[in-house]
Design a protein around this ligand. Structure first.
Ligand code: AMP
Ligand code: MG
Length: 322
C-alpha cells in the first residue's frame, strides 16, 4: 500500500466529519471530497437560508421550487424509503422535529395538543416531486421536510465516488457516525469499526466489526437524547405517534454497499424495531445476492442484539461479542 496519508476534519451536515485517505493523490482527493460534502450541505440543509430544502419549506402551500439534481435524487430516494418502510421513514416529520428539538431544549416534552397539531402537518403524500422539471412542492402551509435521516449516507457515497475517481483505494470516512470503509487499513487488513455503547461516554465500543467496501450507519440515541421519568427521549420520531420511537432499542446499525440506503434503513428500522423490521427487510431485499443485502444489528435496552443471519459474511464480521 502507498504510504501517503491525508486526514481532514471538518464541520458540515450538522456534525463533525473526518476523512482519512491513503495513496499518492490523497491530498487532492480529500480536498475534493470535503468540497463535495460542503456542496451537499449547501443544497440540503433545512436550516441554511438559500438551500434547496430551505426554499422548498419556505414555499410550502404556495408554489413548487426548482431543485438541483442532487436534491432531486435524494428526495426521490426518501420518498421510495417512505413507501417501502410503510411510512416509518418520513422526511415530512420536520415540524415535529422542530417542536421536540431534542438536544436543544433540555428535557422539554411538548404538550399533546402541540404534538397533534404538528402531526397534522406531516404526510409524505403532500410532498409532490416532479423529476421532469426537477421541481418539488409541499401541499400545505406550515409543512416542511428535512433530509437529516438520509443526507449523511448520501454524502458518504459521494465521498467514496470522489476518492475512487482520484485513484484512492484505501480510506476511512466518518460523517457523524456514518462510516465508509474503502479497501483495507494500513496493515492491509479490513477496517475495524467500533459500535459504541449507546449508553456510555464517547469512544467506548460495545463490539467491533470488520468491514470492507461497506458503509456502516448507526441510528440511535447517540449524543442527542434525554432521560425523563425512566424513559428515553431521542431524535428519531415515530410517524404514527409523533413522539420519539419507544420500542426498547438503543441503536440500530446497518451495513450496506450504499450509504444512502443504509442511512434511511437505519432510521426506519429504529422506528420499526426488530420484530417488524427484520421481516420487512427480508421482504424488501428478497432475491438480492448476499453482497447487495444490508446487514443489520439492533442493540436493545435489555442488552440483547437481534441481527440479520448473515452477519458472518466476510464483508461484515462480528469480531467481539458483548
Ligand atoms: P438518523 O440519525 O439518520 O437516524 O436521522 C435522524 C434525523 O432524521 C433526525 O434528527 C430528524 O432530523 C430526522 N428524522 C427523525 N425521525 C425520522 C423518521 N422517522 N424518518 C425520517 N427522518 C427522521
Ligand atoms: Mg438515517
Amino acid at each position: 500500500m502507498a504510504t501517503t496519508k491525508t486526514g481532514r476534519t471538518f464541520f458540515a451536515l450538522g456534525t463533525i466529519n473526518t476523512i482519512q485517505a491513503f495513496g499518492k493523490d490523497s491530498e487532492r482527493a480529500a480536498d475534493a471530497a470535503v468540497d463535495r460534502v460542503l456542496q451537499i450541505h449547501g443544497r440540503m440543509s433545512a436550516f441554511l437560508k438559500g438551500s434547496d430544502i430551505f426554499y422548498l419549506n419556505a414555499a410550502a402551500g404556495i408554489k413548487a421550487v426548482q431543485v438541483h439534481p442532487d436534491t432531486m435524487s435524494l428526495l426521490l430516494l426518501a420518498a421510495k424509503y417512505a413507501r417501502i418502510t410503510k411510512g416509518a421513514f418520513d422526511i415530512t416529520l420536520h415540524p415535529l422535529s422542530l417542536l421536540w428539538s431534542v438536544g436543544k431544549r433540555g428535557d422539554f416534552i411538548p404538550s399533546k395538543g402541540h404534538i397533534k397539531k404538528a402531526l397534522g402537518l406531516t404526510g409524505i403524500k403532500d410532498l409532490i416531486i416532479n423529476p421532469e422539471d426537477s421541481s418539488a412542492r409541499l401541499s400545505r402551509p406550515g409543512q416542511s421536510v428535512d433530509l437529516g435521516g438520509i443526507a449523511k449516507g448520501y454524502a458518504g457515497d459521494e465521498v467514496k465516488r470522489i476518492l475512487l475517481k482520484h485513484g484512492i483505494q484505501n480510506a476511512l470516512v466518518n460523517l457523524g457516525g456514518n462510516i465508509v470503509a474503502l479497501g483495507a487499513n494500513p496493515k492491509e487488513k479490513p477496517w475495524r469499526v467500533g459500535i459504541q455503547n449507546p449508553l456510555r461516554t464517547r469512544g467506548e465500543s460495545l463490539m467491533t466489526l470488520s468491514i470492507k467496501n461497506r458503509s456502516l450507519v448507526t441510528s440511535g440515541m447517540g449524543e442527542r437524547f434525554f432521560l425523563k421519568d425512566g424513559r428515553f427521549f431521542h431524535h428519531i420520531l415515530d410517524p404514527k405517534t409523533g413522539t420519539p420511537a419507544q420500542n426498547g432499542l438503543l441503536s440500530v446499525t446497518v451495513a450496506s454497499p450504499s450509504g444512502a440506503d443504509a442511512d434511511a434503513l437505519a432510521t426506519a428500522l429504529f422506528v420499526l424495531g426488530p420484530e417488524k423490521g427484520l421481516p420487512l427487510l427480508s421482504k424488501i431485499f428478497q432475491g438480492f445476492p448476499d453482497e447487495a443485502r444490508p446487514e443489520v444489528l439492533f442493540i436493545k435496552e435489555d442488552q440483547s442484539v437481534p441481527a440479520t443471519p448473515n452477519l458472518s459474511h466476510p464483508a461484515f464480521k462480528l469480531t467481539e461479542e458483548l
